[in-house]
Design a protein around this ligand. Structure first.
Ligand SMILES: [Zn+2]
Length: 643
């Protein structure tokens, strides 16, 4: 029961999602000498030995709603595309996290700013005391996945469960380029909802089933990613899921995949012109197929209303929400539907074509969380909140469910880019016409720095010491990676970078170097320095007007991060001019109408230039797209120096 002494802003970052995980390796290595590499070599070779694993699941699940237990059979066809022979494999058993004494529970009791949804708050604002909700779960309320049997190519395996990770020593190694078939029988219990998944969420949704099945851990060029689940981010393996769920016939499901037997299920999935032929049994069998996914999520409730909206391009949008909600919330869910179609159009246009046939917005979970072809979101919301969260979670379909970066290592690529694009989408669709839709990301980042708890974005998501630091870093500073990139290479270049990034890396696992190289290819500007400073350090940007003497300007770099600099000048005759000072190591300039001055090298703290006329007022970064942490010293005006 930790006591938290620091006071955090009440509203720190968006509602959201996600979590984390994992591990670090020597991510720093390529960047230590990055600056010098840039100077001495004009291009960086692309990694051409890319490979990724494939995991195809066939599952059959029988759900017992009396005790929230489900029996499962799973056949996993695992293809080893790596150059290594695998002698062990690992599975995630995420539901084991929801047990007293689990790693998630211990972490929750230790962290100073726990997720409010996971604790009871017993203290006061000045002396908060938190009690872990996981620590109170009774045996019938806990989550678990028990492995009943496991075999490889029909031969039984020995295995060992360590918390949320199943460790399996193989009878026979899986050679490069070969497949293994794993058959598992398991018994699961859905926990009372603590975080994301679970039964009976606070709005009464019966089942929110995410991270619910034994899921093989990711293996990539950085090795195994079998991280304990402590409630931050995920990383999954690409493959196809074929799932049958047997459940009480009164329950309505929303799910990641395409329903294969709508005429035997009904509940709003049937084609209008086809007759529903429900079997005369207490349970229905729902058969879903989800191609090319790295996750499968579903939710179920007997009171789900189910609306379907087909977009102009033929994508089916499903909306599942409790018809027992207040009318004002029901109205918001109706109003949401055409706006969700606009979101899909926006992302299709600005990022690339959504590759699946459907997307489902499902009431469930404990906030908003992204899943394959779907989101689980709490439903009792004002319209702005409902739409804003759907905008964010849907954008994850591009940044995570298609561009499947390892969000456990690079949460900023997933959460940050999602935040960035959804900020623009919300501004456009709700016609907010903000001068800078990314402004909140700048202000919350600068405000956060006062707490002096920042860690570099390259910190594995699980290892951030504070949720606040993880949140601001991943969401806001991550969004600023792109927002500020607009300042460095130009907005059009960033737009083209995102489209090319999506085209080249869809259905893969891109890394930070991939977004950097894409931006370099599009803009012709070298960016190793930017990736290093912004994601691997906690250095900041601060430029100042050092001295001003008639028509000679002296600028100073105070922060450690070097940047190109833009300067606005008003002369004493009231005419104005804009100047652009590129940074030498960019080895190029963005398209700009400003008067281009000579480069400024990162080694020099000061920079001088002369104007033809005497200056009345001068301002560094008038666009405010540079994340300058101290704007007070960005201005100079004639009056301030006159006695
Ligand atoms: Zn998110």
């Amino acid at each position: 029961m930790p006591i938290m002494r620091l006071k955090w802003p009440k509203k720190c970052w968006l509602v959201k999602d996600s979590l984390t995980e994992n591990q670090n390796k020597n991510f720093m290595r390529p960047f230590l000498y990055g600056i010098f590499i840039l100077i001495f070599s004009s291009t960086i070779a692309q990694n051409t030995d890319y490979w990724q694993q494939q995991a195809d699941y066939e599952m059959d699940i029988d759900m017992n709603l009396n005790n929230y237990q489900y029996k499962g059979k799973q056949k996993l066809v695992y293809t080893n595309n790596s150059p290594d022979e695998l002698k062990k494999v690992y599975y995630h058993l995420y539901f084991n996290a929801f047990q007293p004494g689990s790693e998630m529970d211990i972490h929750l009791q230790d962290i100073r700013d726990p997720d409010a949804r996971m604790v009871h708050s017993l203290g006061t604002a000045d002396a908060p005391i938190f009690k872990s909700r996981i620590s109170e779960l009774k045996p019938s309320e806990m989550g678990f996945i028990k492995v009943l049997s496991l075999s490889q190519n029909k031969k039984p395996l020995t295995y060992h469960i360590e918390g949320t990770v199943l460790e399996v020593a193989l009878n026979k190694g899986i050679k490069p380029g070969s497949q293994a078939v794993f058959d598992m029988e398991f018994l699961g219990q859905v926990p009372l909802q603590i975080r994301r998944s679970g039964r009976n969420n606070k709005e009464g949704v019966a089942l929110s089933m995410s991270q619910w099945y034994p899921k093989i851990a990711a293996y990539d060029f950085q090795g195994w990613h079998a991280n304990a689940y402590i409630a931050r981010e995920f990383y999954g393996v690409w493959g196809n899921v074929d799932l049958k769920i047997h459940i009480d016939k009164n329950y309505v499901l929303g799910a990641s995949g395409y329903l294969q037997n709508p005429e035997k299920v009904g509940h709003g999935y049937q084609n209008d012109h086809k007759k529903v032929a429900l079997p005369r049994t207490d349970k229905l069998t729902w058969h879903f197929i989800a191609p090319k996914v790295h996750d499968f999520t579903w939710a179920a409730d007997p009171d789900f209303e189910h609306d379907v909206l087909e977009t102009k391009l033929g994508t089916k949008l499903h909306f599942l929400y409790k018809r027992t909600m207040d009318d004002k919330y029901l109205n918001n869910w109706k109003k949401l539907q055409p706006k969700t179609a606009e979101l899909l159009d926006y992302y299709n246009e600005h990022l690339g074509a959504y590759p699946y046939k459907q997307y489902s917005v499902i009431q469930g979970g404990d906030g908003g969380m992204e899943y394959a072809m779907s989101t689980l979101i709490t439903g009792e919301r004002e319209f702005g909140s409902l739409f804003g969260v759907v905008a964010h979670e849907m954008a994850h379909s591009w940044f995570q469910f298609v561009l499947a970066s390892n969000e456990a290592k690079y949460a900023w690529m997933d959460e940050g880019f999602t935040t960035y694009i959804s900020n623009y989408a919300v501004d456009k669709i709700l016609e907010q016409k903000k001068e800078n839709p990314q402004k909140e990301a700048y202000t919350s980042y600068v405000r956060f720095l006062d707490y002096q708890i920042e860690e570099p974005l390259s910190t594995p998501a699980d290892l951030f010491e504070y949720n606040y630091a993880y949140g601001i870093g991943s969401y806001n500073k991550g969004a600023l990676f792109l927002a500020q990139l607009e300042y460095i290479i130009g907005k059009e270049n960033v737009e083209n970078t995102l489209k090319l990034f999506y085209e080249n890396f869809k259905f893969k696992h891109p890394t930070p170097n991939d977004i950097k190289r894409t931006a370099e290819r599009v803009s012709g500007i070298s960016l190793d320095w930017y990736l290093y400073y912004w994601t691997q350090t906690t250095h900041t940007i601060d430029y100042a007007v050092k001295a001003q003497n008639s028509n000679e300007v002296v600028l100073e770099r105070i922060g450690k991060i070097p940047m190109p600099v833009e300067v606005f000048v008003r002369y004493t005759d009231n005419t104005t001019e804009y100047f652009y000072v590129p940074l030498t190591m960019m080895r190029g300039e963005k398209p700009s109408k400003f008067l281009r001055l000579k480069d400024w090298s990162w080694v020099a703290k000061r920079y001088r230039f002369k104007t033809e006329k005497p200056i009345q007022y001068l301002e560094i970064d008038p666009s405010q797209k540079m994340a300058d942490v101290k704007r007070e010293n960005n201005h100079w005006s004639l009056k301030t120096v006159k006695k």
